[in-house]
Design a protein. Structure first.
Length: 190
């Protein structure tokens, strides 16, 4: 374990996320997310009756299909298990995200389309996080295309790298940018 030793405690709840990214034969990409919530104790539920310790309270999936232009072309949400009978009724609302682009402002687009009463907190959280999984999955293809485009542009008009200023490592004044994209480096030249 990479964290420090915790205080004495007992486990009550476990939420598990898993994400996987796939490159499809048709040139698009599928990003799949899966989330489960379990309790370390048994309890009685109005909707489901007795829920045994370790049995998922939430068991939810999303598959998002993305073009190489970062446009959402399809999405499927599935609530396998939820705490209420009505939970799966919201799954089709996630189709509202089709046509959106996975660009800056992604979280805002998701909130606008599927937050509050127009979505499920858990599916929406998963969808928001799928954006970074998509970039990790698509990076080899996107990077190759961006590199080809930059090589065809005159040096004075080279396009800004997609990752510039997206995190600490890619800050315009970082050593990474100085090394990889010196024309976009804004730090001290010493």
């Amino acid at each position: 374990m990479s964290l420090s030793k915790p205080a004495k405690r007992k486990l009550n709840h476990t939420r598990t996320y898993s994400f996987a990214g796939y490159e499809r034969e048709d040139g698009q990409f599928d990003i799949e997310g899966h989330m489960t919530d379990t309790k370390a104790y048994s309890f009685d539920s109005t909707f489901r009756g007795h829920v045994a310790a370790g049995e998922p309270i939430h068991d939810m999936w999303i598959r998002m299909t993305i073009s190489d232009e970062m446009q959402i072309t399809d999405i499927e949400a599935k609530t396998v298990k939820g705490p209420h009978a009505i939970c799966p009724a919201i799954n089709d609302q996630y189709k509202a995200i089709i046509g959106s682009r996975l660009v800056a402002g992604w979280n805002h687009q998701v909130r606008k389309a599927v937050s509050g009463v127009h979505g499920c907190t858990h599916l929406t959280d998963m969808l928001r996080n799928m954006g970074t999984v998509a970039y990790q999955t698509m990076w080899p293809t996107l990077n190759r295309k961006a590199k080809e485009k930059r090589e065809q542009e005159p040096e004075s008009k080279r396009s800004r790298p997609m990752l510039l200023n997206t995190c600490h490592a890619y800050a315009s004044d970082s050593e990474v940018v100085k090394r990889d994209w010196p024309e976009f480096y804004s730090g001290d030249e010493s």
